[in-house]
Unconditional design. Structure first.
Length: 228
């Protein structure tokens, strides 16, 4: 009996050590971006955060605070490309592998002029499942205005500022249910409006059709008489 307790204790200690080692490891993801409206991509920076180990399930805030994003300053060529896609009302697109380099990409985008106007300041939220797989991205710039009036030199050498958050759960970003409800109500009102129009004016439509048929009959009658 003592031998069984001793073995069980060793197994538990070994499991704790392994799990703590796993939770101290970091998950590393490469973030890519497109400066030509999603046609081609290049690396923008490296995302990393603490691994969600078995004993860290209730300490998600600590994991979220561990998220870091290392990125270089933008070159003059990159800034020029961002201006071009901004002035053409295009989109700035980012993507990241859901887990390993062979997994599918998870993609998000905003209007390019928003990022240009915010002077390369943006906010990124990674939505993760229990296995640290990225299932969705929430991405936005710090402004929703399009102002490209300043020169590219103001962005040259500027340190990009990107805040990164982690959201753990089995679902992606929240859906704007209020907007969906309003759109659905407008759609129903439109359908009801077209139906009510036919219902209220069906007799006028019937009279118009009847007059058309009568005129067609009288116009055709003289031609038939000439043939006889």
């Amino acid at each position: 009996m003592k031998y069984l307790v001793y073995v069980t204790t060793l197994i538990c200690l070994f499991s704790i050590v392994c799990c703590n080692k796993e939770s101290n490891q970091r998950v590393v993801l490469q973030l890519e971006h497109s400066l030509d409206d999603g046609k081609t991509f290049q690396q923008r920076g490296e995302l990393s955060f603490r691994n969600r180990g078995a004993f860290m399930l209730t300490d998600l805030k600590k994991i979220s605070k561990s998220a870091t994003f290392v990125q270089d300053r933008w070159s003059i060529q990159q800034i020029a490309l961002l201006r071009n896609v901004s002035e053409s009302d295009g989109f700035y697109v980012i993507r990241v592998h859901s887990s390993n380099p062979f997994s599918p990409f998870v993609i998000a985008s905003i209007k390019a002029c928003y990022l240009f106007s915010s002077r390369l300041e943006d906010e990124l939220t990674l939505h993760l499942d229990t296995q640290n797989n990225v299932i969705a991205l929430s991405y936005k710039a710090t402004t929703n205005e399009c102002d490209c009036s300043f020169s590219d030199e103001l962005l040259l050498g500027k340190e990009p500022k990107t805040s990164v958050e982690l959201n753990f759960g089995s679902e992606g970003p929240d859906v704007n249910l209020e907007a969906l409800r309003i759109n659905e109500e407008l759609k129903k009102q439109k359908e009801q409006g077209s139906q009510s129009f036919l219902y209220q004016n069906w007799h006028y439509i019937a009279i118009a059709v009847a007059l058309f048929l009568v005129l067609q009959f009288f116009l055709m009658e003289p031609e038939e008489a000439k043939k006889q």
